[in-house]
Write a protein that binds this ligand. Structure first.
Ligand SMILES: [Zn+2]
Length: 393
Protein backbone atom coordinates (compact mmCIF):
# COMPACT_ATOMS: atom_id res chain seq x y z
CA UNK A 1 0.00 0.00 0.00
CA UNK A 2 2.82 2.34 0.94
CA UNK A 3 4.49 1.63 -2.37
CA UNK A 4 1.41 2.22 -4.44
CA UNK A 5 0.75 5.49 -2.61
CA UNK A 6 4.25 6.59 -3.37
CA UNK A 7 3.70 5.73 -7.02
CA UNK A 8 0.49 7.73 -7.04
CA UNK A 9 2.20 10.71 -5.42
CA UNK A 10 4.99 10.60 -7.95
CA UNK A 11 2.59 10.37 -10.83
CA UNK A 12 0.67 13.32 -9.39
CA UNK A 13 3.88 15.26 -9.20
CA UNK A 14 4.71 14.50 -12.81
CA UNK A 15 1.17 15.19 -13.99
CA UNK A 16 1.18 18.50 -12.24
CA UNK A 17 4.45 19.33 -13.86
CA UNK A 18 6.10 20.08 -10.55
CA UNK A 19 9.77 19.82 -10.04
CA UNK A 20 10.79 17.31 -7.44
CA UNK A 21 12.43 19.83 -5.12
CA UNK A 22 9.56 22.25 -5.26
CA UNK A 23 6.76 19.90 -4.23
CA UNK A 24 4.53 21.74 -1.81
CA UNK A 25 1.07 20.51 -2.63
CA UNK A 26 -1.00 20.81 0.49
CA UNK A 27 -1.96 17.62 2.33
CA UNK A 28 -5.63 18.05 1.60
CA UNK A 29 -5.13 18.55 -2.14
CA UNK A 30 -2.92 15.49 -2.22
CA UNK A 31 -5.47 13.48 -0.26
CA UNK A 32 -8.35 14.51 -2.51
CA UNK A 33 -6.33 13.72 -5.62
CA UNK A 34 -5.31 10.33 -4.26
CA UNK A 35 -8.90 9.49 -3.39
CA UNK A 36 -9.92 10.60 -6.87
CA UNK A 37 -7.35 8.30 -8.44
CA UNK A 38 -8.42 5.38 -6.24
CA UNK A 39 -12.06 5.94 -7.15
CA UNK A 40 -11.18 6.06 -10.83
CA UNK A 41 -9.26 2.81 -10.41
CA UNK A 42 -12.25 1.21 -8.67
CA UNK A 43 -14.66 2.40 -11.32
CA UNK A 44 -12.68 0.65 -14.03
CA UNK A 45 -15.25 -1.90 -15.10
CA UNK A 46 -14.39 -5.39 -16.19
CA UNK A 47 -15.79 -5.32 -19.70
CA UNK A 48 -16.12 -8.59 -21.59
CA UNK A 49 -13.99 -8.21 -24.70
CA UNK A 50 -13.36 -10.13 -27.88
CA UNK A 51 -9.91 -10.33 -29.43
CA UNK A 52 -10.02 -7.00 -31.23
CA UNK A 53 -8.26 -8.74 -34.10
CA UNK A 54 -10.85 -7.56 -36.60
CA UNK A 55 -10.18 -5.57 -39.78
CA UNK A 56 -11.94 -2.52 -41.21
CA UNK A 57 -13.28 -2.47 -44.75
CA UNK A 58 -11.80 0.10 -47.11
CA UNK A 59 -14.88 2.00 -48.29
CA UNK A 60 -13.03 4.15 -50.86
CA UNK A 61 -9.63 5.57 -49.91
CA UNK A 62 -10.38 5.20 -46.22
CA UNK A 63 -7.16 3.48 -45.15
CA UNK A 64 -6.19 6.72 -43.32
CA UNK A 65 -9.33 6.34 -41.21
CA UNK A 66 -8.94 2.59 -40.71
CA UNK A 67 -5.36 2.84 -39.46
CA UNK A 68 -6.18 5.64 -37.00
CA UNK A 69 -9.31 3.88 -35.71
CA UNK A 70 -7.26 0.72 -35.03
CA UNK A 71 -4.69 2.74 -33.06
CA UNK A 72 -7.44 4.46 -31.03
CA UNK A 73 -9.25 1.15 -30.58
CA UNK A 74 -6.10 -0.11 -28.81
CA UNK A 75 -5.97 2.96 -26.54
CA UNK A 76 -7.50 1.21 -23.54
CA UNK A 77 -8.54 4.29 -21.60
CA UNK A 78 -10.54 5.48 -24.60
CA UNK A 79 -11.86 2.08 -25.70
CA UNK A 80 -13.22 1.20 -22.25
CA UNK A 81 -14.73 4.66 -21.84
CA UNK A 82 -16.59 4.18 -25.11
CA UNK A 83 -17.68 0.58 -24.54
CA UNK A 84 -19.11 1.33 -21.07
CA UNK A 85 -20.81 4.45 -22.53
CA UNK A 86 -19.54 6.35 -19.48
CA UNK A 87 -19.48 9.50 -21.64
CA UNK A 88 -23.28 9.68 -21.56
CA UNK A 89 -23.13 10.54 -17.83
CA UNK A 90 -19.98 12.63 -18.13
CA UNK A 91 -20.83 15.04 -20.91
CA UNK A 92 -22.29 18.46 -20.15
CA UNK A 93 -24.08 19.14 -23.42
CA UNK A 94 -27.69 17.95 -23.80
CA UNK A 95 -27.06 17.32 -27.48
CA UNK A 96 -26.82 13.82 -28.86
CA UNK A 97 -23.11 12.83 -29.13
CA UNK A 98 -23.60 11.54 -32.67
CA UNK A 99 -19.95 11.07 -33.62
CA UNK A 100 -19.04 9.50 -30.27
CA UNK A 101 -21.98 7.08 -30.66
CA UNK A 102 -20.91 6.16 -34.20
CA UNK A 103 -17.30 5.70 -33.09
CA UNK A 104 -18.43 3.57 -30.13
CA UNK A 105 -20.51 1.42 -32.46
CA UNK A 106 -17.40 0.66 -34.55
CA UNK A 107 -15.39 -0.17 -31.41
CA UNK A 108 -18.09 -2.43 -29.99
CA UNK A 109 -18.10 -4.46 -33.21
CA UNK A 110 -14.28 -4.61 -33.28
CA UNK A 111 -14.29 -5.93 -29.69
CA UNK A 112 -17.44 -8.06 -29.95
CA UNK A 113 -17.15 -11.08 -27.64
CA UNK A 114 -18.92 -13.44 -30.00
CA UNK A 115 -16.58 -12.52 -32.82
CA UNK A 116 -19.48 -12.14 -35.25
CA UNK A 117 -17.49 -9.98 -37.64
CA UNK A 118 -14.15 -10.64 -39.27
CA UNK A 119 -14.39 -7.26 -41.01
CA UNK A 120 -16.30 -4.18 -39.87
CA UNK A 121 -17.66 -1.58 -42.26
CA UNK A 122 -16.89 1.96 -41.02
CA UNK A 123 -19.18 3.74 -43.56
CA UNK A 124 -21.70 5.06 -41.06
CA UNK A 125 -18.98 6.38 -38.78
CA UNK A 126 -17.19 7.99 -41.74
CA UNK A 127 -20.30 9.75 -43.03
CA UNK A 128 -21.12 10.99 -39.52
CA UNK A 129 -17.56 12.29 -39.28
CA UNK A 130 -17.80 14.11 -42.62
CA UNK A 131 -21.06 15.73 -41.54
CA UNK A 132 -19.37 16.93 -38.35
CA UNK A 133 -16.19 18.01 -40.15
CA UNK A 134 -17.14 19.10 -43.69
CA UNK A 135 -13.46 19.76 -44.46
CA UNK A 136 -13.11 16.00 -44.93
CA UNK A 137 -15.90 15.67 -47.50
CA UNK A 138 -15.08 14.32 -50.91
CA UNK A 139 -13.24 11.11 -51.54
CA UNK A 140 -9.64 12.21 -51.96
CA UNK A 141 -6.92 10.57 -49.91
CA UNK A 142 -6.56 12.29 -46.55
CA UNK A 143 -3.76 12.63 -44.05
CA UNK A 144 -4.04 10.26 -41.08
CA UNK A 145 -2.51 12.72 -38.64
CA UNK A 146 -4.88 15.47 -39.70
CA UNK A 147 -7.81 13.07 -39.41
CA UNK A 148 -6.69 12.07 -35.89
CA UNK A 149 -6.56 15.70 -34.79
CA UNK A 150 -10.00 16.53 -36.18
CA UNK A 151 -11.51 13.34 -34.78
CA UNK A 152 -10.17 13.83 -31.24
CA UNK A 153 -11.15 17.49 -31.29
CA UNK A 154 -14.70 16.72 -32.39
CA UNK A 155 -15.13 13.83 -29.92
CA UNK A 156 -13.81 16.10 -27.17
CA UNK A 157 -16.39 18.78 -28.03
CA UNK A 158 -19.22 16.25 -27.82
CA UNK A 159 -18.17 14.75 -24.49
CA UNK A 160 -16.77 17.89 -22.83
CA UNK A 161 -17.61 17.98 -19.12
CA UNK A 162 -17.71 21.80 -19.29
CA UNK A 163 -20.36 23.98 -20.91
CA UNK A 164 -19.63 25.17 -24.45
CA UNK A 165 -19.70 28.77 -23.29
CA UNK A 166 -18.35 29.82 -19.92
CA UNK A 167 -20.96 31.57 -17.78
CA UNK A 168 -20.24 35.32 -17.64
CA UNK A 169 -17.83 36.36 -14.94
CA UNK A 170 -15.76 33.19 -14.92
CA UNK A 171 -13.66 34.32 -17.84
CA UNK A 172 -11.26 36.56 -15.99
CA UNK A 173 -8.60 38.66 -17.60
CA UNK A 174 -5.17 37.18 -18.20
CA UNK A 175 -3.56 37.08 -14.77
CA UNK A 176 -0.08 38.45 -14.26
CA UNK A 177 2.16 35.61 -13.21
CA UNK A 178 5.34 37.44 -12.56
CA UNK A 179 5.33 36.64 -8.86
CA UNK A 180 4.80 32.90 -9.44
CA UNK A 181 7.34 30.21 -9.85
CA UNK A 182 7.38 28.40 -13.16
CA UNK A 183 5.50 25.32 -11.96
CA UNK A 184 2.80 27.53 -10.45
CA UNK A 185 2.45 29.55 -13.65
CA UNK A 186 2.03 26.32 -15.58
CA UNK A 187 -0.50 24.97 -13.07
CA UNK A 188 -2.55 28.19 -13.30
CA UNK A 189 -2.63 27.97 -17.09
CA UNK A 190 -3.60 24.31 -16.96
CA UNK A 191 -6.41 24.96 -14.48
CA UNK A 192 -7.67 27.75 -16.70
CA UNK A 193 -7.69 25.36 -19.66
CA UNK A 194 -9.63 22.71 -17.71
CA UNK A 195 -12.32 25.26 -16.84
CA UNK A 196 -13.35 25.18 -20.50
CA UNK A 197 -12.00 21.94 -21.84
CA UNK A 198 -12.19 18.82 -19.73
CA UNK A 199 -12.97 15.38 -21.14
CA UNK A 200 -11.62 11.85 -21.33
CA UNK A 201 -9.78 12.98 -24.47
CA UNK A 202 -8.02 15.66 -22.39
CA UNK A 203 -7.40 13.17 -19.52
CA UNK A 204 -5.59 10.87 -21.94
CA UNK A 205 -3.98 12.90 -24.71
CA UNK A 206 -3.46 16.47 -23.54
CA UNK A 207 -0.19 17.76 -22.20
CA UNK A 208 1.40 21.15 -21.80
CA UNK A 209 4.29 22.58 -23.76
CA UNK A 210 6.48 25.31 -22.40
CA UNK A 211 8.10 27.80 -24.71
CA UNK A 212 10.79 29.80 -22.95
CA UNK A 213 12.25 32.92 -24.44
CA UNK A 214 15.53 34.34 -23.19
CA UNK A 215 16.52 37.90 -24.02
CA UNK A 216 20.24 38.25 -24.79
CA UNK A 217 20.26 41.94 -23.86
CA UNK A 218 18.72 41.95 -20.37
CA UNK A 219 18.70 38.17 -19.67
CA UNK A 220 14.97 38.23 -18.95
CA UNK A 221 13.17 34.88 -19.26
CA UNK A 222 9.54 34.71 -20.28
CA UNK A 223 7.43 31.58 -20.62
CA UNK A 224 4.33 30.70 -22.51
CA UNK A 225 2.37 27.49 -22.02
CA UNK A 226 0.34 25.76 -24.69
CA UNK A 227 -1.78 22.65 -24.58
CA UNK A 228 -0.84 19.94 -27.06
CA UNK A 229 -2.53 16.71 -28.12
CA UNK A 230 0.38 15.40 -30.17
CA UNK A 231 4.02 16.24 -30.76
CA UNK A 232 4.85 16.90 -34.38
CA UNK A 233 8.57 16.23 -34.70
CA UNK A 234 10.89 17.40 -37.47
CA UNK A 235 13.15 14.74 -39.00
CA UNK A 236 16.79 15.89 -39.10
CA UNK A 237 18.13 16.28 -42.63
CA UNK A 238 21.52 14.66 -42.97
CA UNK A 239 23.23 11.98 -44.97
CA UNK A 240 22.73 8.41 -43.86
CA UNK A 241 19.66 6.23 -43.99
CA UNK A 242 18.75 6.19 -40.30
CA UNK A 243 18.01 8.67 -37.56
CA UNK A 244 16.75 7.95 -34.05
CA UNK A 245 13.60 9.25 -32.41
CA UNK A 246 15.90 10.85 -29.84
CA UNK A 247 17.53 12.92 -32.60
CA UNK A 248 14.08 14.11 -33.72
CA UNK A 249 13.19 15.02 -30.12
CA UNK A 250 16.53 16.80 -29.68
CA UNK A 251 15.88 18.83 -32.81
CA UNK A 252 12.35 19.66 -31.65
CA UNK A 253 13.60 20.83 -28.26
CA UNK A 254 16.89 22.42 -29.27
CA UNK A 255 17.71 26.01 -28.38
CA UNK A 256 16.78 28.19 -31.33
CA UNK A 257 18.55 31.51 -31.93
CA UNK A 258 16.26 34.33 -33.01
CA UNK A 259 17.70 37.57 -34.33
CA UNK A 260 16.05 40.82 -33.30
CA UNK A 261 13.80 41.05 -36.38
CA UNK A 262 12.34 37.59 -35.83
CA UNK A 263 12.09 37.60 -32.05
CA UNK A 264 8.97 38.56 -30.13
CA UNK A 265 9.06 41.70 -27.99
CA UNK A 266 11.11 41.33 -24.80
CA UNK A 267 8.81 42.09 -21.84
CA UNK A 268 11.51 44.00 -20.02
CA UNK A 269 13.34 45.81 -22.85
CA UNK A 270 9.97 46.60 -24.50
CA UNK A 271 11.50 46.03 -27.92
CA UNK A 272 12.56 43.19 -30.15
CA UNK A 273 15.95 41.87 -29.10
CA UNK A 274 18.16 38.98 -30.14
CA UNK A 275 16.82 36.04 -28.13
CA UNK A 276 16.89 32.30 -27.76
CA UNK A 277 13.83 30.09 -27.63
CA UNK A 278 13.36 26.53 -26.42
CA UNK A 279 10.39 24.14 -26.33
CA UNK A 280 10.04 21.63 -23.48
CA UNK A 281 7.26 19.42 -22.16
CA UNK A 282 5.88 20.95 -18.97
CA UNK A 283 3.15 18.42 -18.33
CA UNK A 284 3.26 14.86 -19.60
CA UNK A 285 0.11 13.29 -21.01
CA UNK A 286 -0.87 9.67 -20.20
CA UNK A 287 -0.75 8.89 -23.90
CA UNK A 288 1.72 10.70 -26.09
CA UNK A 289 1.06 10.76 -29.82
CA UNK A 290 4.26 11.41 -31.76
CA UNK A 291 3.90 12.53 -35.35
CA UNK A 292 7.01 12.08 -37.49
CA UNK A 293 6.66 15.01 -39.82
CA UNK A 294 7.61 13.32 -43.10
CA UNK A 295 5.84 15.79 -45.36
CA UNK A 296 7.41 19.13 -46.23
CA UNK A 297 5.48 21.69 -48.19
CA UNK A 298 7.51 23.88 -50.50
CA UNK A 299 6.14 26.56 -52.77
CA UNK A 300 4.99 24.26 -55.53
CA UNK A 301 4.88 20.78 -54.09
CA UNK A 302 4.84 18.49 -51.10
CA UNK A 303 7.73 16.11 -50.63
CA UNK A 304 8.03 13.09 -48.37
CA UNK A 305 11.02 12.02 -46.31
CA UNK A 306 11.54 8.25 -46.33
CA UNK A 307 14.29 8.24 -43.71
CA UNK A 308 14.03 5.36 -41.28
CA UNK A 309 13.42 6.73 -37.79
CA UNK A 310 14.32 4.16 -35.16
CA UNK A 311 12.27 4.25 -31.97
CA UNK A 312 12.28 2.34 -28.67
CA UNK A 313 9.41 -0.11 -28.07
CA UNK A 314 9.73 0.15 -24.29
CA UNK A 315 11.12 2.80 -21.97
CA UNK A 316 11.16 5.83 -24.24
CA UNK A 317 12.49 8.39 -21.75
CA UNK A 318 10.99 11.85 -22.23
CA UNK A 319 12.41 13.12 -18.92
CA UNK A 320 15.22 15.04 -20.67
CA UNK A 321 12.57 17.12 -22.50
CA UNK A 322 10.58 17.85 -19.33
CA UNK A 323 11.01 20.23 -16.39
CA UNK A 324 14.52 20.41 -14.95
CA UNK A 325 15.29 17.42 -12.71
CA UNK A 326 11.96 15.71 -13.34
CA UNK A 327 13.78 12.37 -13.53
CA UNK A 328 13.02 9.64 -16.05
CA UNK A 329 9.53 9.71 -17.57
CA UNK A 330 9.12 6.41 -19.38
CA UNK A 331 6.65 5.49 -22.10
CA UNK A 332 5.86 2.19 -23.82
CA UNK A 333 4.75 1.88 -27.43
CA UNK A 334 1.36 0.26 -28.09
CA UNK A 335 0.42 1.33 -31.63
CA UNK A 336 2.02 2.68 -34.81
CA UNK A 337 0.41 4.16 -37.90
CA UNK A 338 2.42 3.66 -41.12
CA UNK A 339 2.39 5.54 -44.41
CA UNK A 340 3.77 3.81 -47.48
CA UNK A 341 4.05 5.07 -51.04
CA UNK A 342 4.26 8.62 -52.28
CA UNK A 343 2.51 11.86 -51.38
CA UNK A 344 -0.22 11.31 -53.95
CA UNK A 345 -0.38 7.52 -54.02
CA UNK A 346 -0.05 6.47 -50.41
CA UNK A 347 -1.43 3.75 -48.20
CA UNK A 348 -1.93 3.69 -44.43
CA UNK A 349 -1.70 0.65 -42.17
CA UNK A 350 -1.25 0.12 -38.41
CA UNK A 351 0.41 -2.18 -35.91
CA UNK A 352 -1.22 -2.49 -32.50
CA UNK A 353 -0.39 -4.43 -29.37
CA UNK A 354 -2.69 -6.61 -27.28
CA UNK A 355 -2.13 -9.36 -24.69
CA UNK A 356 -1.16 -11.81 -27.46
CA UNK A 357 1.48 -9.59 -29.03
CA UNK A 358 1.54 -7.26 -32.04
CA UNK A 359 -0.93 -7.31 -34.94
CA UNK A 360 -0.66 -5.75 -38.38
CA UNK A 361 -3.90 -4.09 -39.55
CA UNK A 362 -4.08 -3.54 -43.29
CA UNK A 363 -7.71 -2.51 -43.93
CA UNK A 364 -9.68 -5.78 -43.76
CA UNK A 365 -6.67 -8.03 -43.15
CA UNK A 366 -5.17 -8.72 -39.73
CA UNK A 367 -1.93 -10.66 -39.21
CA UNK A 368 0.36 -11.26 -36.28
CA UNK A 369 3.67 -9.43 -36.62
CA UNK A 370 6.97 -10.01 -34.77
CA UNK A 371 8.01 -7.09 -32.61
CA UNK A 372 11.31 -6.73 -34.50
CA UNK A 373 9.40 -5.81 -37.65
CA UNK A 374 7.78 -2.70 -36.19
CA UNK A 375 10.70 -0.44 -37.11
CA UNK A 376 10.33 0.76 -40.67
CA UNK A 377 10.94 3.81 -42.80
CA UNK A 378 7.15 4.02 -43.14
CA UNK A 379 6.43 4.66 -39.45
CA UNK A 380 4.40 7.87 -39.34
CA UNK A 381 2.51 8.27 -36.04
CA UNK A 382 3.64 6.58 -32.80
CA UNK A 383 1.32 5.99 -29.84
CA UNK A 384 3.07 5.67 -26.46
CA UNK A 385 1.50 5.05 -23.05
CA UNK A 386 3.02 6.44 -19.86
CA UNK A 387 4.49 3.67 -17.73
CA UNK A 388 3.23 4.73 -14.30
CA UNK A 389 5.37 2.31 -12.32
CA UNK A 390 8.50 3.85 -13.86
CA UNK A 391 7.81 7.06 -12.00
CA UNK A 392 8.90 5.40 -8.76
CA UNK A 393 12.56 5.93 -8.27
ZN1 LIG B 1 15.30 42.11 -22.70
Amino acid sequence: MENSCETLCRSLVVHNGLQSESVDISQSVLYTSLMGLLLVADKKADIPLGSGQVGLRNVGNTCFLNSVVQCLSHTRGLRDYCLTKAYLQDKHSKQEPVLMNAFTQVLSRLWDTEGKDTVVNPSRFYSTFKEAVPYFSGYSQQDAQEFLRFLLDRLHTEINRRPAKCPPGTDTAEPKHKCFRLSEQAAVMWKKYLQRDDSRIVDLFSGQLRSSLHCSVCSHYSNTFDVFCDLSLPIPKRSGDKVSLKECLDLFSQVEKLDAENAPMCERCCRRTASTKRLTIQRFPKVIVIHLNRFTTSRYSISKSTVCVTFPINNLDLGPYGPVDCGPVLYNLYAVCYHSGTVNMGHYTACCQDEDGWWYYNDSSVQQVPVDQLQSSQAYVLFYQLNNSSLRK
